[in-house]
Write a new protein. Sequence first.
Length: 118
Amino acid sequence: MGEFIIVMTTTGSEKEGTAIASTLVERHQAACVNLIPSVRSIYRWKDRTWNEMEHILFIKTTEKMYESVRRTILELHKYELPEVLSFPLGKGDENTLKWIRDCLHGKEDTTPNNPHQG
């Protein structure tokens, strides 16, 4: 699998999406998060079909940071079962990939429940 990934999640409000995005960038778990407002999601949950407005987050990060990104999303998300999906990046502009790498370079997993931190 490649070094770079996009992690996707949705939120029920822009405020929640902004909080998750800001935390991921501040913790050096993501180089950038794109928050796309107003997407309609039609999905099955608890034996019912739902039709809701949501916000999508596209999180630019690395495979190495996936678990810490996932934990931060679960820590801050209000949904009972937030979606956390990861997509490998096949190719990208080398300057953009270098920027992502530089934003995350040398950063350890910084989520509060990291068992490797003292």
